[in-house]
Design a protein around this ligand. Structure first.
Ligand SMILES: Nc1ncnc2c1ncn2[C@@H]1O[C@H](COP(=O)(O)OP(=O)(O)OP(=O)(O)O)[C@@H](O)[C@H]1O
Length: 553
């Protein structure tokens, strides 16, 4: 059972405690029934012999035992499921953190987002249901025993009809599952459209046709999700009604059918019929719980599939996961030999690949890479930094081949501001820099009047895009890694600060012993590069127009 396997994977479920508490609670519930039947049957004798108080105490005790065990069961189940979900959440987060960029691009952000939020929440909501279903099963069991004790024939008829009712759901399980998968897929598309609306809010506000199209797409996906959910819920509703009818048929059989089959039955008919009526509560709970249970099982399946997709690639690299990541703080020479990477291709797409590339980067060098849009510069940077796993060729650091197991350590040699950078408000992973250093760099980057760093956090990041980029630059400077990667960093800086970036910031990094590799189109500053490379259609070549005496080309 997928749901149980998932929940019990990280925690020890005390099955015996659950079964024991469930049995006590079910037994207490059945005892309430037996007591009521007994008192009702012998009401005049009990009053005559003054035994009312005795039965009342017994009744109160039984209800109390039922209440206490039920409460304990529910609390235990909630604690257990929440603990397991806590583990799953952190594990999934860790898996995503360790996954490769190419895998993440394949899986898609929406699916990860949907699984980590909605699906885990669905599983969480199923905790109480587990107990209710378990306890209902236990009650059905003990009440059936009570019925069997009074009339075996009534028990057999009841069992056959209950099983018949139970099998109705199973017959349509596949159809339900198919519709639920369709709903999950449509909900992923909904998240994608919603991110389009929120991330592209300004663009959407400025263009009514774009907004209309987006809304149309959103309502299409929403319609698909609605249809899949409606079909699923209709199937559940029909199941529910059919099972209720089966139940009424079972109760009817107690008075119309069983008396024909059994001679001794008339003496116990009231008790047996009352007992079968007592089953309506638990059976309704079981049948009513099936939709939630099925949804939670489907959610568990989605969590497991995502995990498997994330881990497939990691399984091949278990060594990498288990190897201690060691920060590399210096190097002399980084070399690529025959480095090659081809993007995943969707049907109909032209394949795009970068390489084979041979390149040597020396410590303290400033390298500029230029090239047309879509020529492969960003892809190349991702290959160089180990964000994309090379499909052929090798990276060498100080003459030593960088093996897969060392790739995470290797990546620690870089710090970057990519074109699609994300500015973290908190300075994660930066601990050693002194406040004086931070303030001095803030002043140097002309951001001191706007922002301060307090307790490792920027006071604000609600800034202009150029200012946000300066803070991203500051974060990399404080990280102080050996190699700096900039992807069109200066593109949205004003001319004065752009000049400062090329003429003061980069030389200052170089003077610190840092190496810089920058994608740039700023030809006015090409002369400041030690090496100038050009990317053309995925092929990296030296750009020979750079003059060595510092005169711009
Ligand atoms: N995640 C991806 N999946 C599939 N193909 C991709 C992916 N990213 C880029 N590509 C393909 O690789 C080609 C090169 O893209 P890349 O981003 O490396 O170019 P670039 O030189 O950095 O362009 P620009 O100057 O516009 O930023 C693109 O034409 C695109 O078709």
């Amino acid at each position: 059972m997928v749901l149980y396997d998932l929940i019990s994977r990280n925690i020890k479920i005390k099955k015996r405690t659950f079964v024991l508490l469930g049995c006590i609670s079910g037994l207490a519930n059945a005892l309430v029934l037996a007591l009521i039947n007994n008192v009702a049957e012998n009401i005049s004798d009990i009053h005559k012999e003054n035994h009312v108080f005795y039965y009342l105490v017994l009744f109160t005790l039984t209800v109390l035992i039922y209440g206490l065990t039920q409460q304990r069961l529910m609390t235990k189940a909630a604690k257990m499921v929440e603990k397991s979900i806590d583990h799953m959440r952190v594990e999934l987060f860790e898996s995503v953190r360790h996954t490769e960029l190419s895998t993440l691009e394949k899986i898609g952000k929406e699916r990860i987002f949907n699984t980590l939020s909605k699906e885990l929440q669905t599983i969480s909501q199923s905790a109480q249901l587990f107990v209710i279903i378990g306890q209902s099963i236990s009650l059905v069991f003990f009440t059936s025993l009570y019925i069997a004790y009074h009339s075996v024939m009534a028990f057999v008829v009841l069992s056959v009809l209950i099983m018949l009712g139970g099998s109705i759901h199973r017959l349509r399980a596949n159809e339900i599952q198919r519709n639920m998968a369709q709903a999950f897929q449509s909900e992923n598309q909904l998240i994608q459209r919603l991110s389009d609306l929120l991330d592209g809010f300004k663009e959407v506000k400025l263009s009514a046709p774009r907004a209309d199209d987006l809304e149309h797409e959103f309502s299409l996906s929403s319609g698909k999700a609605r249809r899949a959910q409606t079909v699923t819920k209709t199937l559940f509703a029909t199941d529910f009604v059919l099972s209720q009818i089966t139940f009424f048929a079972a109760t009817g059989a107690m008075v119309f059918f069983v008396p024909v089959l059994s001679d001794v039955y008339p003496e116990v008919v009231i008790k047996v019929t009352t007992a079968s009526l007592f089953l309506i509560g638990p059976i309704t709970s079981i049948v009513g719980g099936i939709p939630v249970f099925t949804t939670a099982t489907e959610a568990a399946q989605n969590v497991l599939t995502l995990e498997a997709d994330l881990k497939r690639e990691q399984a091949e690299n278990t060594v990498r996961r288990n190897t201690q990541v060691q920060s590399i703080d210096s190097f002399e020479e980084l070399r690529l030999e025959g480095a090659y990477y081809q993007h995943n291709r969707k049907p109909g797409d032209r394949p795009f690949f970068v390489g084979p590339v041979d390149l040597t980067v020396k410590r303290g060098q400033i390298t500029f890479i230029t090239g047309g849009n879509g020529s492969g510069k960003t892809t190349f940077i991702r290959m160089l930094t180990g964000l994309y796993e090379l499909q052929a060729g090798q990276i060498f650091l100080d003459g030593r081949a960088v093996h897969d197991a060392e790739r995470e350590s290797f990546r620690s040699i870089f710090t970057s501001v990519f074109a699609d950078f994300h500015l973290f408000k908190q300075l994660y992973g930066i601990k050693t820099t002194s406040q004086e250093d931070i303030d001095e760099w803030l002043t140097f980057l002309e951001m001191n009047a706007k922002v301060s760093v307090i307790d490792g956090e920027f006071s604000t990041i609600d800034l202009s895009s150029g200012q946000r980029k300066r803070l991203a630059l500051l974060s990399t400077i404080l990280e102080n890694r050996p190699i700096y990667i900039f992807d069109e960093w200066a593109a949205d800086q004003d001319p004065i600060f752009r000049r400062k970036f090329y003429e003061q910031v980069l030389p200052r990094l170089k003077a610190r012993g840092n190496t810089v590799i920058a994608i740039t189109h700023d030809d006015a500053y090409f002369h400041l590069a030690d090496v100038h490379l050009k990317m053309v259609e995925g092929q990296l070549m030296e750009h020979h127009e750079v003059e060595t005496d510092g005169v711009p080309s």
